[in-house]
Ligand binder design. Structure first.
Ligand SMILES: Nc1ncnc2c1ncn2[C@@H]1O[C@H](COP(=O)(O)OP(=O)(O)OP(=O)(O)O)[C@@H](O)[C@H]1O
Ligand SMILES: [Mg+2]
Ligand SMILES: [Zn+2]
Length: 859
């Protein structure tokens, strides 16, 4: 990074130093407003971190001067540079441990901000690299047995073998416990249970002490009290089982989460960290590559930075970004995206963004940000949990103390009841029910080319009733072809008219513009945008520019009024094509042209699918009524309503009406003219990585590919997530209630309470993980081992529609091996996690049965 050599002093109040300014400029403009919008929508205003950037590239990343923004509460005399480091902390098994981690790290000198992400077991620390190193932070966390490690570049740290087996404490504990089960044959064997408990205790004790020292209540303390209580009641096997269940569940949870964590890190490491300069062949870090640098990408390599091809041609697999597995051909002037795979040719490309601002970087950062965003359900649960724990602990204390005071007869019974209540005080399953499911859903969506900016968006998506589509570029391809081009009157020659129109249009980003520019080129006219002065856009109408000293308007009928030109000749009536354009100059019509566009392959299908989900589809377009009706006919009249000739503000007005009349509304659009409506909708979806930047920033969801069939898929995913969350909540609440009710009814089972606590937590996690999988995969074990990439094989041998309507057949064997290589690590991870996942439930059941049997003797 520029200027990294000398430390920068950070003031708590700006003005920032020159370095800080550079860093902020580099990191902020293009994407921070998007992020901020996403962040504030997600309702975490306090945490909105203006310039904060995710560390997709490496375990830690320098952030200059940002301690001066956001939470500057850290007392440390900030010096040197701030670094954002990522840690895998496997020991976080329960949300109740989050305060422990925070209180552990926050007081350390040099630590500015600590964020704990429970579903992926990640701790993100913003720290001063000079004052505290990542190694020190890891040591601090491991001091209380949190099993922390620095996330390596690419974040593949999770698949560490160390986690394949439970810790020796757990194993020894389990073995001793099994031996103690034979106590009926030989009484002294019961002491093995005590030994087992003792063997498993050290990590719990260490964490409890740490929590106590920092005056936080966490699950470790609760468990410790329960164990102590069981021993006090001379119930040794109970004590042993509590320790065993708790520690084994912790390990199982970590394993279960492995897939989510692996998915997250594979998302973060899609783009390589090195790039090759085309001129010199020098290998440099992508971080240091400036905009407009020409870099080389060989066959089989992953594109490191977003850019435009300047030389060479090749097929590129964009599935990592768009979720679509057919190759897209690239030649000079094609856009290529970081993280996509160059299959078979050499290309030289000019970078158009810094590595940090590549679409893939934004994507990873967004998923990361979304992990922390809380939906309203989540906020409600967190509030409840805040009161629940102290209330239950208080009740438990009352149940333990009052009988002693009133000298009740069956003290043992009351004491057991108190312990059950105490163990039930941990609300972890309930607290986890929403974030884990949301996290999995967002990750799943991101992998299929859908960027959803937070859990709250997912929640509103599930309740959508109306879908409003923009026409040009959304329902239709937005790839116009010029049908006719005529001069009107004798003022200018056709060549001159084409030159004027194309030069002015070359300044516009409207889909029609590129068609007109292309038309000029095919008529051997070279558009010269530099000859255009006073360029102006009239949204919903057209454009204006001065060329050769003349003011020229190009646009629809409305633009004629603006050009104060009344006469519309009747040649227009006979024109082919559905969208008619006018050219006016000096209050006079000088030309007309007509364009046509066709519907996307998936449009009709998507709308039908929406209808089957009970969602009404409408079209909102700025184009003419004729063009709108034409599109509606092409779709087979499946749109419920068509509104044409709308200005951007009309789109907003109609959207408001739809919202009032039919309920929550989704808006899908691509252009600048859609941005206000996208922001206004309950859920705004923008099209494509290449879509207008404004639309992308104001939307809640970005479709990375242009396939609108992803929309009904997203809604299904959202509804499924909603159901998962409901099931999770109901399940975690009922088990807790059942255990407490059973205890009050005269069966205070401490081991069952522990099992309910950790077991529910585990089941909630595993159930949520199902969201990562394709729907309808009944046979869990089989389906989950056949990873997504083997499906790509089936796909790639058949024909595909590509976005421009051609059919691709790809046969090259080389491609496949590249592909395999690329996805290999992913595949291993999936297999590694799928075995424990299926056996986990069985193990828990077995434990429950074993425990129940051992108890049965006493009942
Ligand atoms: N750059 C341009 N060149 C020529 N005509 C234009 C241009 N921009 C807009 N127009 C005219 O204004 C109309 C409305 O434009 P607008 O961008 O609001 O909608 P649209 O993109 O055509 O349709 P939709 O709202 O379905 O995307 C267009 O149909 C076109 O006739
Ligand atoms: Mg449009
Ligand atoms: Zn818990």
């Amino acid at each position: 990074m520029a200027g990294a050599s000398e430390p920068t002093t950070i003031h708590h109040t700006p003005p920032p130093t020159p370095h800080a300014k550079i860093a902020l400029l580099r990191s902020a403009p293009a994407n921070s407003s998007w992020l901020l919008a996403a962040v504030s929508r997600a309702g975490r205003g306090r945490e909105a971190r203006a310039g904060e950037r995710g560390a997709q590239r490496s375990g830690s990343e320098q952030v200059y001067g940002e301690g001066a923004m956001g939470d500057s509460a850290a007392p440390a005399p900030a010096a040197g540079r701030l670094e954002k480091s990522y840690f895998d902390v496997l020991g976080i098994c329960c949300p109740s441990e989050v305060p422990l981690v925070e209180k552990l790290l926050e007081p350390l000198a040099g630590v500015h901000k600590v964020t704990v992400v429970v579903p992926s077991r990640t701790v993100i620390v913003l720290h001063d690299a000079a004052a505290i190193s990542t190694a020190q932070i890891v040591r601090e966390l491991n001091g209380v047995r949190l099993e922390a490690s620095v996330r390596a570049y690419g974040g593949a740290g999770q698949s560490k073998v160390s986690n394949k087996w439970p810790s020796p404490y757990v194993l020894v504990c389990g073995v001793l416990l099994v031996v103690s089960l034979f106590e009926h044959f030989w009484r002294p064997l019961k002491w093995f249970a005590v030994a087992g408990a003792a063997a498993g205790l050290p990590p719990i004790v260490l964490r409890s002490v740490a929590a106590l020292r920092r005056r936080t209540m966490d699950v470790n303390i609760l468990m410790l009290i329960a164990v102590a209580g069981a021993i006090a009641l001379k119930d040794y096997s109970e004590a042993g089982f509590i320790v065993f269940l708790f520690t084994i569940a912790e390990w199982l949870e970590t394993r279960a989460c492995g897939k989510a964590t692996a998915g997250m890190s594979s998302l973060m490491s899609m783009a390589p960290q090195n790039a090759v300069l085309a001129e010199t062949g020098q290998v440099v870090a992508t971080q240091d590559v400036k905009i407009n640098t020409v870099i080389a990408v060989k066959a089989g390599e992953v594109v490191p930075i977003d850019g435009v091809v300047v030389d060479g041609r090749s097929e590129v697999d964009e599935s990592t970004l768009t979720g679509e597995s057919f190759p897209v051909s690239k030649q000079a002037d094609s856009q290529v995206w970081a993280g996509t795979l160059n299959i078979d040719g050499y290309i030289a490309m000019r970078t158009t963004a810094m590595a940090d601002n590549s679409a893939v970087a934004k994507m990873a950062r967004l998923v990361e940000e979304a992990q922390n965003s809380r939906s309203s359900t989540q906020r409600l649960i967190d509030t409840c949990a805040k009161y629940y724990t102290p209330a239950v602990i208080f009740m438990s204390a009352a149940v333990a103390v009052i009988p002693v005071c009133v000298r009740a007869r069956n003290l043992r019974h009351w004491f057991e009841l108190a312990l059950v209540l105490l163990v039930s005080a941990c609300p972890c399953a309930l607290v986890l029910s929403t974030p884990v499911a949301t996290f999995c859903a967002l990750l799943r969506a991101a992998r299929t080319g859908l960027l959803i900016k937070g859990g709250d968006v997912l929640e509103s998506l599930a309740s959508i009733k109306v879908a409003a589509f923009d026409k040009t570029g959304t329902i239709t391809r937005g790839e116009f072809s010029v049908e006719e081009f005529q001069t009107v009157g004798e003022r200018v020659s056709k060549q001159q008219l084409i030159y004027w129109v194309s030069s002015i249009e070359s300044r516009s980003s409207h889909p029609m513009a590129s068609a007109l520019v292309g038309y000029a080129q095919s008529n051997s006219v070279e558009p010269k945008s530099e000859n255009v002065a006073e360029f102006q856009i009239y949204p919903g109408e057209g454009i204006y520019g001065e060329i050769d000293g003349e003011g020229v308007y190009v646009g629809n009928k409305r633009i004629l009024a603006r050009a104060s030109c009344q006469t519309v000749p009747d040649i227009v009536e006979h024109m082919k094509g559905v969208t008619i354009g006018y050219v006016a100059c000096n209050k006079e019509l000088i030309g007309v042209f007509s364009l046509s566009d066709s519907c996307r392959t998936g449009s009709a299908e998507a709308i039908k699918e929406l209808r089957s989900l009970g969602i009404k589809s409408v079209m909102l377009t700025g184009d003419s009524t004729a063009a709108a009706t034409h599109a509606q006919n092409q779709l087979g009249n499946i749109l419920a309503e068509v509104h044409a000739e709308l200005l951007p503000e009309d789109k907003v007005r109609i959207l408001d009406e739809l919202k009032a009349r039919d309920g929550p509304t989704l808006m899908i659009g691509d252009g600048m003219n859609d941005a206000p409506a996208l922001a206004k909708a309950d859920v705004g979806v923008s099209m494509g990585v290449s879509g207008s930047a404004v639309a992308m920033e104001t939307s809640h969801i970005t479709l990375m590919s242009n396939d609108i069939r992803r929309i009904p898929k997203a809604i299904k995913l959202a509804r499924r997530t909603h159901r998962t969350i409901v099931v999770n909540i109901v399940f975690s609440v009922t088990t807790k209630l059942a255990i407490v009710a059973l205890a009050f009814a005269g069966h205070p089972l401490i081991w069952a309470a522990v099992l309910a606590d950790v077991g529910t937590c585990l089941l909630v996690i595993m159930y949520s993980m199902l969201l990562l999988r394709e729907k309808g995969s009944g046979k869990v074990a089989k389906k989950c081992c056949a990873s997504s990439h083997s499906k790509k094989h089936e796909h790639s041998t058949s024909h595909h529609h590509c976005s421009n309507g051609h059919q691709h057949e790809h046969v090259s064997a080389g491609k496949h091996s590249c592909h395999d290589h690329h996805h290999e690590h992913d595949h291993h991870k999936e297999r590694a996690t799928c075995i424990p996942q299926t056996s986990m439930a069985a193990m828990i059941m077995a434990m429950a049965i074993a425990t129940a049997k051992s108890r049965a003797a006493r009942w």
